[in-house]
Design a protein around this ligand. Structure first.
Ligand code: ADP
Length: 755
């Protein structure tokens, strides 16, 4: 490798985002869009990075043709990069399969400068028997610096007010995936959102990988779910480590938690810090500084900046110190500091550039970092709470202007996370127009926000002015959580107060809830209203919603022909809307389902395979496995048992891993029957037992059919089957139609007349 290329490669590998991408690619091949979604980053940026990594030969891209379009898929080309120092130079190899370990993590620990003292605390942190450790103390006392020093490779999570557990768990999923535990990430990607599952998968992941996790500024996170999660960890964690940094002592019980209250530095370390930050080498003078600061590191840094240290200890000493330091800043530095102090969360350099009026933000920003007034964490910059408190009192810039510019910046970036941030600032401004515009963006572009960030979105919505649009969105979250009646109540109430896309959304939603509640007439009534709305105001997006619901309605009613027709319309509009693979795959699936219902298995298979192709090409693993599940059924019905067993096996593994027991059981039942069809009784018996295990945990009624299946096997073996049959009948007593259906399907492969 030539030197230029080598150094470029090293640079690339030292970039956090690139490392994240590589770590996700460990799990398989991905297209840029899916990667962008997982990493909550902008798609163009991700594509650019992928191309660069490909040029370096670390990953490879290939074109896959799906549904008439070409899609670029990327996967790892090498398992690692080898760097060796030899006489004559440094050698880097990427072509051979060599081990090379990189500290991969979802979010990395901030960088810190010189570090002094705290030997005892570091030792305590590293060797503690308790696996959950809470370090607490006032702002600027050195919690972050201590944790970075003790655990430089930890997964770092910077808690923020708006993001809460939902965001945390995604990041954790990415991190654990990089460490070789893919199941949490898979679960989330598949849309799983059961609290218990998330907690258990997270715990298992931390246990199995022995990961260390730091949650910084925990006091900012008001999400109760996070509190429940931590309590859960305290009970179960044996192997990994979780470090919580907070201003207050977190209340997560007294057992199994080590609490460390952080105090100032000892004199010696404090003095070293003082001198390192430009303070005068005068022990006598420093004695006075130490008395005042009691070793508080941030105060010491400021002292080193101030011209005199003959500070008057009466009154607010910190403010006195700050005004001294502040008074010596340039005009530009002051303005920048004021702007930064408007934001609670760390900002990236690009964002600061976008909101700082005029050009050249670089110089003042670095001056502030040097002076200890702005902290840098990785790519992010922020002002310490203590300093922000001071600046707030002298600030003369208005938040509106800067929040507005920041919102625009975030929307240009365009990930779901950026959307939520933008929403937060619109709410802070109480700006109804902006909120409305953002909700429209949500409806058109950020559809998954409601699934992926339920908690965070709901909490923002509840702080916003309660306009009909906002309330309608809250209904959407309730619906997502299964509170159908509550959602319906809200939607019926706001329907007359909305127009345009907002009204169309509510009409769609109402029709959908009625479908879920099996009230087909009402569903049809609202569907009709939606149709009229489209006629007045055509919009392909809304047309799509219309056909999705219409297909569902016909399907539920058993009107297969109309359903099929509507499904093809869906497909058409979906294609007109452009790049929309999830939807395309879904529509193919629906069409397959309808053909299957019409007992036209060949056509059903054709559409399932189309859906499978799209799902694979875009790494939509959940859909991919739904396809395997459906194929299992159709192949079984066609008597192609071997194929049914093969496809079924894939689906079962996947759904079991992501804890979707309903789907796992559905597939297991056909897998079982196909094995019976092949005469593989022993393997089939395993399936039946597996179903019963799942029945215990999930209470999904079909799982109890495991008993009927055991009875089937016993009967074939000439054993005692009555007992099992009895148990099965007992369990399925409340579901006579289910019992009938099971018998009907079983009768295809074995005679169960006597049942
Ligand atoms: P906290 O997380 O408690 O708010 P930080 O860790 O951000 O505090 O520390 C505040 C400032 O003090 C930072 O600028 C940091 O560099 C400095 N600092 C804290 N602890 C030490 C230490 N042990 N040695 C050197 N500098 C420190």
């Amino acid at each position: 490798m030539n030197p230029l290329k080598a150094s470029r490669l090293l640079k690339m590998l030292s970039n956090e985002v690139n490392l994240q991408i590589l770590s996700v690619l460990r799990a398989g091949s991905f297209n840029p869009r899916e990667l962008a979604r997982i990493l909550h980053r902008n798609e163009t940026d991700v594509s650019r990075r992928l191309k660069a990594l490909e040029r370096m030969g670390i990953i490879e891209g290939r074109w896959v043709r799906v549904g008439g379009k070409n899609v670029r898929m990327y996967s790892l080309k090498v398992e690692g990069v080898n760097i060796s120092f030899r006489p004559g130079g440094v050698f880097i190899k990427t072509s051979e399969r060599q081990e090379y370990s990189l500290p991969l993590s979802g979010e990395r620990a901030p960088e810190i400068g010189d570090f002094f003292g705290r030997k005892g605390e570091i030792e305590l942190l590293r060797s503690s028997r308790e696996k959950v450790i809470a370090v607490y103390g006032i702002a600027g006392i050195g919690k972050t610096s201590l944790a970075v020093k003790a655990f430089p490779d930890a997964f770092w999570y910077q808690a923020e007010e708006t993001e809460g557990f939902d965001y945390f768990v995604w990041q954790l999923g990415i991190h654990l995936n990089a460490l070789g535990f893919p199941h949490l990430l898979e679960y989330l990607r598949a849309g799983g959102r059961e609290e218990r599952d998330e907690f258990e998968l997270a715990l298992r992941g931390i246990e199995e990988t022995g990961a260390t996790i730091v949650i910084d500024d925990l006091h900012r996170c008001g999400d109760e779910k996070m509190g429940r999660f931590l309590t859960f960890l305290v009970e179960g964690l044996k192997n990994g480590k979780v470090v919580l940094l907070s201003r207050e002592r977190p209340s997560i019980g007294t057992e199994n938690v080590l609490y460390i209250r952080l105090e100032g530095l000892d004199v010696k370390s404090a003095y070293r810090l003082f001198k390192a930050r430009g303070g005068r080498d005068d022990p006598k003078e420093f004695a006075g500084v130490y008395r005042l600061t009691r070793g508080h590191p941030l105060a010491i840094v400021l002292f080193a900046q101030a011209s005199s240290s003959g500070v008057d200890a009466s009154g607010n000493f910190f403010d006195f110190l700050m005004s001294e330091v502040y008074g010596r800043l340039t005009e530009k530095e002051r303005l920048l500091l004021q702007i930064l102090s408007l934001f609670e969360e760390p900002l990236e350099y690009e964002a600061i550039k976008a909101i700082f009026p005029g050009r050249n933000v670089f110089a003042p920003l670095y001056a502030l970092v040097r002076k200890g007034l702005v902290e840098r964490r990785g790519e992010l910059y922020f002002t310490h709470d203590l300093i922000r408190g001071f600046v707030e009192r002298v600030r003369d810039v208005e938040s509106e202007e800067y929040y507005g510019t920041y919102i625009d910046y975030l929307l240009r970036k365009g990930s779901a996370r950026d959307f939520l941030r933008a929403f937060k600032y619109a709410v802070l401004l109480g700006d109804e127009e902006r909120i409305k515009a953002l909700i429209e963006e949500r409806l058109r572009k950020f559809k998954r926000v409601v699934q992926d960030f339920q908690g965070a979105y709901l909490s923002l919505l509840s702080k916003a002015p309660q306009t009909p649009q906002v309330r309608s969105e809250m209904g959407r979250v309730y619906f997502q959580r299964g509170f159908f009646e509550k959602a319906l109540g809200i939607w019926l109430d706001v329907e007359g107060k909305l127009d345009g896309i907002f009204r169309a959304d509510v009409l769609t939603s109402i029709a959908d809830v009625y479908l879920e509640l099996n009230d087909f007439e009402k569903a049809e009534e609202y569907l009709e209203k939606l149709r009229e709305a489209i006629e007045e105001n055509p919009d392909p997006e809304i047309e799509l919603w219309y056909y999705v619901i219409k297909t569902k309605l016909h399907y539920y009613r058993g009107e297969v022909k109309e359903g099929l027709e509507s499904a093809f319309k869906e497909l058409n509009v979906a294609k007109r809307l452009g790049y929309y693979p999830e939807l395309e795959a879904m529509v193919y699936l629906h069409i397959g389902d309808i053909y299957s219902e019409m007992e036209r298995p060949e056509e059903a298979i054709r559409y399932y395979l189309l859906a499978l192709q799209v799902a694979k090409a875009y790494s939509l693993s959940f859909l991919e496995h739904i396809c395997y599940m459906e194929l299992t059924k159709v192949y079984f019905h066609l008597g192609e048992y071997e194929k049914a067993v093969e496809e079924g096996g894939r689906a079962i593994d996947y759904f079991t891993h992501i804890r979707n027991y309903r789907r796992a059981v559905d597939t297991l039942s056909y897998h079982f029957l196909a094995l019976i069809g092949l005469g593989e009784l022993e393997k089939a018996e395993e399936d039946a037992k597996e179903m019963l295990r799942m029945a215990q945990g999930s209470n999904y009624p079909l799982a109890w059919a495991g008993y009927i299946f055991l009875a089937t096997i016993e009967k074939m073996r000439g054993g005692n089957w009555e007992e099992y049959l009895h148990l099965g009948k007992e369990r399925l007593r409340g579901y006579p139609w289910l019992y009938e259906a099971v018998l009907e399907e079983t009768a295809r492969v074995v005679d169960v007349e006597e049942f």
